[in-house]
Ligand binder design. Structure first.
Ligand SMILES: Cc1cc2nc3c(=O)[nH]c(=O)nc-3n(C[C@H](O)[C@H](O)[C@H](O)COP(=O)(O)OP(=O)(O)OC[C@H]3O[C@@H](n4cnc5c(N)ncnc54)[C@H](O)[C@@H]3O)c2cc1C
Length: 620
């Protein structure tokens, strides 16, 4: 729901309060800034680096994240700079294919496989923030400390010359031009070395792996020439030298080489070694080496993601080995999960307990992504010849077995975006294939007047009620309608393609406030039916397109009442029920807590796991 805030922010809103301060303009912070900006919140985003520093890390994202970018209004801006529908494969040392992952279907409306160049994505996302007068993105500003009050956070930031990977510089930079502002909420999207997280004393749980890989980003000197022979994403499962070859748009390409015993970081990063390694794959005189760096991996999750008015998101909350291309994508999912909840809490439509559902919903999925990424790492980096023979035989066997073939070819081992039972905001999922706590698919729909559009374009940005061949308002009483009006709900009726009501006896006008759609390829109705819905049933959809309830139309108002109770601010429910709720660690309890000083990011507490090694070694 938009807030209709008309004021344009002055640089620092001297007399005002920001709704949200975002720390860090990496992919997570940028996505969150867009989503909140679109909802009309007053946002200040602080980024320590004065200029975008060109950290080429992420290369792949999936359809779920493209759907989030769609919700943020940027998907059509970023997609042209992506290689869409790029097959991925496991290949042998000679380039022959062990297995190929190919998907051209679009369950969430976008390609499942999208390869991109992170600096292009980030610079575009940042430039597009100019759309929002209510979002102030400030580079060269570093969060230096924050203090939580009952109803706000005092945020202090200072000028920063940036670190450019050299975290030791943090301690040597004196803070100048110090400013303090007030915000309702602080979201730390400040990366794997999150200073906010360490200041809060939140530990990272998990493992850091010693296996280093050399990552080399190159660019063809002459346009796109030189990479025709490497069209697909390859995991080279060669026990002598596990490697990755990754196509990227606009003449970019990435290689990753696993360090074998005896190979040191210094040796691997030397220009001679890089050149020698590249020469096995490309004409080295025709490419420019943009960056080569040795990385190690972390598989870590923050023990808690919220403390009072401060939330952690993206790498600050979880660090994912890159082998499934899911680190950034997890951060983008965090942003989507958080944005509508922050909006509802700031606008007073929900109590702040809603924000506790963020960690409950997102953490298990982020953890599953980490686990599957570790398994993929182990799979592709196997260096023992006997074990690799066994591995290859198992994969070949699976590919020859109907039923198992698609498990590999369609990468069904990737964890689906399903919230665990009992952990999500919604009615309980009673059957294995129940819809609650899962995202609704996004097929292409047809309007009454013959136009096509992706489902989310009709669902809108807030709640939606989707009736299967029924007006979802049919059984709603005035109270339920009033609640839904406050939530800005959209009403939709969906019919199987070609089966709209017609002829005599059918109302000649569409009911005002209702959108009627044909399900062109049956992707929505087929899914609803699998989930147990029948004609006359209604799905209640959350603003992030996860399903809250699927129910016969006559019970829709029970589902709406359940939602209203779940969101109800605590004070209201206490006043109405007359009962005293158990005292919890709510923001009120944090009044007067000590000023939290931000440690320099390089000064992680002893015992905390190390984070990305990129911060240790400067780029070439
Ligand atoms: C080699 C490699 C390959 C990868 N490949 C993929 C992939 O294919 N797909 C994928 O999804 N993920 C991939 N990842 C992971 C992905 O790059 C990260 O998960 C993602 O960049 C994290 O985004 P973020 O916004 O959470 O944090 P970051 O990108 O780390 O951004 C944090 C920002 O916060 C700023 N900051 C920090 N402290 C402060 C402060 N006190 N004040 C102000 N600003 C501050 C920093 O300067 C930085 O700009 C890869 C990672 C690596 C290393």
């Amino acid at each position: 729901m938009k807030h209709n805030r008309e004021e344009t922010l002055s640089e620092e809103m001297p007399n005002g309060i920001y709704d949200v301060v975002i720390v860090g303009l990496g992919p997570t912070g940028l996505t969150l800034a867009h989503l909140l900006g679109r909802r009309g919140l007053r946002v200040l985003a602080l980024e320590r680096e004065p200029e975008f520093y060109g950290k080429a890390r992420a290369v792949y994202t999936d359809d779920e994240c493209m759907r989030v970018f769609q919700a943020a209004g940027v998907a059509n801006d970023v997609e042209p700079d992506m290689l869409i529908d790029t097959p991925a494969q496991w290949v042998f040392g000679d380039g022959s294919v062990l297995a190929q992952f190919v998907r051209t279907d679009r369950p969430y409306g976008w390609a499942v496989s999208n390869f991109f160049y992170q600096p292009t994505l980030e610079t575009k996302l940042e430039a597009l923030l100019a759309r929002y007068p209510n979002v102030s993105a400030r580079r060269g500003r570093e969060l230096t400390c924050f203090e939580q009050k009952r109803d706000r956070v005092m945020v202090t930031h200072a000028a920063s010359a940036g670190l450019q990977y050299d975290h030791k510089r943090a301690a040597t930079q004196p803070a100048t031009d110090i400013q303090t502002i007030t915000a309702r909420w602080l979201v730390a999207c400040d990366g794997g070395r999150s200073g906010v997280r360490s200041t809060l004393g939140v530990k990272m749980i998990g493992e850091s792996f010693p296996n280093p890989w050399l990552v080399v980003d190159i660019k063809a000197k002459h346009g796109n020439d030189g990479f025709r022979h490497l069209p697909y994403f390859n995991f080279c499962c060669d026990p002598k030298r596990p490697a990755v070859s990754c196509p990227q748009p606009n003449g970019h390409h990435r290689f990753e080489f696993m360090l074998m015993p005896g190979q040191t970081r210094e040796y691997m990063e030397s220009p001679e070694t890089v050149r020698e390694f590249l020469s096995h794959h490309v004409d080295v005189d025709k490419v420019e080496v943009l960056r080569s760096l040795v990385y190690t991996f972390n598989a870590l999750v923050a023990e808690r993601w919220r403390q009072g008015r401060v939330l952690l998101a993206g790498d600050a909350a979880h660090m994912t080995p890159q082998f499934m291309g899911q680190g950034m994508s997890s951060g983008v999912r965090d942003a989507y999960n958080l944005a509508w909840k922050l909006d509802a809490v700031v606008a007073g439509r929900a109590g702040d307990h809603l924000l506790d559902s963020y960690e409950r919903e997102r953490k298990p999925h982020a953890k599953e992504m980490i686990d599957v990424s570790v398994r993929m790492k182990d799979f592709v980096s196997m260096a023992n010849p006997a074990k690799t023979m066994l591995r290859n035989a198992i994969v070949k066997g699976m590919l020859a077995t109907p039923g198992l073939r698609d498990y590999i070819r369609e990468m069904r081992f990737k964890p689906p975006p399903t919230y665990p039972k009992g952990a999500y905001l919604g009615l309980p999922r009673k059957r294995r294939k129940g819809a609650e706590g899962r995202p609704i698919p996004q097929p292409i729909m047809r309007t009454f007047d013959g136009k096509r559009g992706l489902l989310d374009e009709f669902l809108g940005e807030d709640y939606a009620l989707v009736g299967y061949a029924v007006d979802p308002r049919e059984a709603l009483d005035a109270k339920a309608r009033a609640i839904l009006a406050e939530f800005g709900a959209q009403y939709i009726t969906v019919f199987p393609f070609g089966q709209r009501p017609q002829g005599a006896g059918v109302s000649r006008n569409v009911s005002p406030g209702l959108v009627e759609l044909d399900d062109l390829d049956g992707g929505l109705i087929g899914w609803l039916r699998q989930c147990g819905a029948r004609p006359g049933w209604v799905a209640l959809i959350r603003p992030d397109k996860f399903v809250y309830a699927v129910t016969p139309a006559r019970k829709t108002q029970d589902a709406v009442a359940h939602l209203a109770r779940a969101l109800e601010p605590e004070e209201k429910s206490r006043a109405e029920s007359g009962c005293k709720l158990a005292k919890q660690a709510r923001p009120a309890d944090l009044e007067g807590m000590d000023l939290l000083r931000l440690d320099p990011p390089g000064s992680e507490k002893p015992g905390l796991p190390t984070v990305e090694s990129e911060s240790v070694t400067p780029p070439l």
